[in-house]
Ligand binder design. Structure first.
Ligand SMILES: Cc1cc2nc3c(=O)[nH]c(=O)nc-3n(C[C@H](O)[C@H](O)[C@H](O)COP(=O)(O)OP(=O)(O)OC[C@H]3O[C@@H](n4cnc5c(N)ncnc54)[C@H](O)[C@@H]3O)c2cc1C
Length: 382
């Protein structure tokens, strides 16, 4: 097997395949050799990815559902709002993997290897990828395998986990509104944490109902499932079947993952710090940042997909607050949604809002809590 490639992508999940699809789309890469190394066959529906967007994306064929409105529920507050010009979009990973395999299979310059990567290493002028059988090398390795776990114990950047269990339910009676996605329903017991329900209805009697926490410690499986059962009872569901389940844990941290990049190794996806620290949303970032990489390669400028400094700092303050006082999430998010339109919040989370708009969004949340967090960061007492 050939062992030297122009580009090697290690890990063919969301970020790796989005990048490969972008390579396959652009004439610039037609004569470049590209290798994807992924350990699994990628034929399971292991994720439901949602993201908002103003325009159709280049993976529109994989979008199986779009919601024009979202609901937010806090204590004594409930709003449902149209998100025009944004839609909230759902992609089932199994559809995305099939789409990627079909598109990439047609590209003669792209090789797909099903194998486990043992390690990657910066060498002189190239980087190397080690599998049990082969050693590959390239000037550009894009790695989405989370080899480095230093972020877990770094005292400078507190780690909050976004952990969840979701049930895809089919109910006997019609109960859901299929044009409204419930973004966050905080009207559930908080038990000292930041806990909410996330509901994605696909019809009047089918939905993904996900019990989600932003907290340090994960729970035992029964606790998530009892909370989903209690929620279904609360919204009036009497009889239902569970068609599928999903579970996950996404690190929420401002740890600078990009510091592990080297001359020839660029970390991407969650491993590259593409998960938005304050929300865990990664898919939209992966759409945007893979496009950035393509244009940097084409213009032969240094690969850089770091988060914008200003937004990184807001995320840092929010995570500091949730780390010290984990029960404050319900209050903070309620105030944010009370005083800002959902489209303004999307723009802020996309890091496309102006400085003054950002100040307005931050000041709509309890100011004293943010000022305390800011002072702690400035005077180093975290
Ligand atoms: C259940 C779940 C739901 C999520 N939903 C959303 C959502 O709605 N919206 C959103 O924005 N984000 C969501 N996320 C967060 C994020 O978008 C996903 O985790 C996304 O898959 C991250 O992409 P990635 O490429 O970084 O990692 P992955 O998609 O996990 O890709 C990494 C790949 O590396 C492979 N791999 C690992 N080790 C090796 C090895 N040693 N050798 C070879 N291959 C290896 C894995 O098999 C995997 O395919 C969700 C996360 C989870 C877990």
């Amino acid at each position: 097997m050939k062992t030297t490639y122009d580009y090697i992508i290690t890990g063919g999940g969301a970020a790796g395949l989005l990048l490969a699809l972008r390579f396959a789309e652009e004439d610039y890469f037609i004569n470049k050799s590209i290798l994807i190394i992924e350990q699994s066959s990628k034929n399971q529906n292991d994720h439901t990815w949602c993201f908002w967007s103003k325009e159709e994306t280049f993976i529109q064929d994989c979008v199986s559902k779009q919601w024009p409105s979202v609901q937010f529920k806090g204590i004594g507050f409930d709003k449902t709002e149209k998100t025009n010009p944004y839609t909230y979009n759902k992609v089932r990973s199994v559809d995305f993997y099939a789409f990627a395999q079909k598109q990439l299979g047609q590209a003669k310059n792209i090789t797909w290897l099903q194998s486990t990567v043992d390690r990657i290493e910066q060498s002189t002028a190239v980087a190397k990828v080690y599998t049990s059988e082969w050693i590959f090398e390239s000037k550009h390795i894009f790695n989405s395998i989370p080899f480095n776990k230093d972020y877990v114990a770094d005292p400078t950047f507190p780690l909050i986990n976004q952990h969840f269990v979701g049930w895809f339910v089919k109910t006997k009676q019609n109960i859901f509104n299929p044009s409204v996605a419930t973004f966050m329903d905080f009207d559930i017991p908080q038990n000292g944490n930041t806990r909410f329900m996330y509901v994605l209805p696909t019809s009047e009697n089918t939905a993904l109902v996900e019990y989600t926490l932003f907290s340090k410690e994960v729970l035992d499986k029964e606790t998530y499932e009892q909370a989903i059962q209690a929620y279904l009872g609360k919204i009036g569901v009497q009889e239902y079947e569970i068609e599928e389940k999903e579970a996950g844990c996404i690190p929420m941290t401002c740890y600078p993952f990009w510091q592990h990049n080297s001359e020839n190794i660029h970390h991407i996806g969650v491993a590259g710090g593409w998960a938005k620290p304050s929300t865990g949303y990664t898919f939209r970032n992966s759409l945007v940042k893979t496009e950035t990489i393509v244009s940097q390669l084409k213009s032969q400028t240094k690969i850089n997909t770091k988060q914008k400094r200003q937004f990184w700092f807001y995320d840092l303050l929010l995570l500091d607050i949730l780390h010290r006082t984990n029960d404050k999430g319900q209050l903070l998010f309620t105030e944010m949604f009370k005083h800002n339109s959902v489209t303004d919040i999307f723009r802020f989370l996309d890091e496309e809002s102006s400085f003054w708009q950002n100040m307005k969004t931050i000041w709509s949340m309890p100011k004293a809590i943010f000022i305390q967090a800011l002072l702690r960061r400035i005077f180093g007492r975290n």
